[in-house]
Design a protein around this ligand. Sequence first.
Ligand code: PMP
Length: 353
Amino acid sequence: MTVRPELMRNIRTTEPYVPGEQPQNKVIKLNTNENPYPPAPGVERALREMDADRLRLYPDPAAEALVKELADFYGVGENQVFVGVGSDDVLSLCFLTFFNSDRPVLFPDITYSFYKVWADLYRIPYECPALDEDFRIRKEDYYRENGGIIFPNPNAPTAIYEDLDFVENIVSHNRNSIVIVDEAYVDFAGRSAMELIGKYDNLIVVQTFSKARSMAGMRIGYAVSNPDLIRCLNDVKYSFNSYTMSQAAIACGVEAVRDREYFEKNVRKIIETREWAKEELRKLGFVFPDAKANFIFARHPRYDAGELFRALKDHDIYVRHWDGGRIGQYLRITVGKREEMEALFSFLKSYLK
Ligand code: PMP
């Protein structure tokens, strides 16, 4: 049965975000920027020791244990931390809470494609200043009147990181609108804008457990800002769904944050593999902006990216490719384990001949 147009007229229809493929068979998976290493050992322990009987009860709506652990880790107050179901959940709530103006929200034309989806869903006007010819954000584009600003640092899918002065420049030019810095990949890059939280009341920093903490499957993200903005975010969350964080997510999240040594070692390994992978890609003739995330955004001057993407997939090596536009000739390659990258390079060596 097809729904009649008269009925459809009052329904919210929207064009959804398209996530990367999640093949269920065993492949070399370099397509969705997951971490190839397991989470901290304490996470497995927490899962093993979970008492199923407790699942009768609702979780702590404030996820206090996790909020406290994050506040201690970053040296901020507990009233400065908000947690959610992955940073997608946190970012989506941020759009709803903070981008509430008739003026357009600004984000780069080439960036995390979910921003446009949330803006459309919530009917928030937006404009997308173009990245420059080297795929860098032009800070001057963000000096105009706006209803808020969001950008990832490092940016996705370019993997380009801008230093703290650059971020501060944008924040300080926009004291009357909210600036959200999406730092999903910052642990692989450099200094976090969290350092600026005490100085600017219009800044929100969003991070995730999905990348550097190896927990994409558990869905934990967080925002750090000043107590007033965190309160606004909580008010919207509690108007939506009180119990967003499961008991498992809270317990496992706490363990992941506690193990700073494991986290730092995990990040170091990825960075080492990334730097070596950049060399190998260069030897194969690929060109790419300097990658500071856990992925590399590369193109080969003599081979079509779509064809390369399909050839790799036929050999069970998954990377990410977007058809058309300025990025149509690029592949986004997640940094996996050394042996996974070796398999990729060995395939490329024979294919590119
Ligand atoms: N921001 C950026 C820039 C991302 O690339 C991603 C990963 N797709 C996210 C946010 C969301 O990650 P998660 O919901 O797993 O925290």
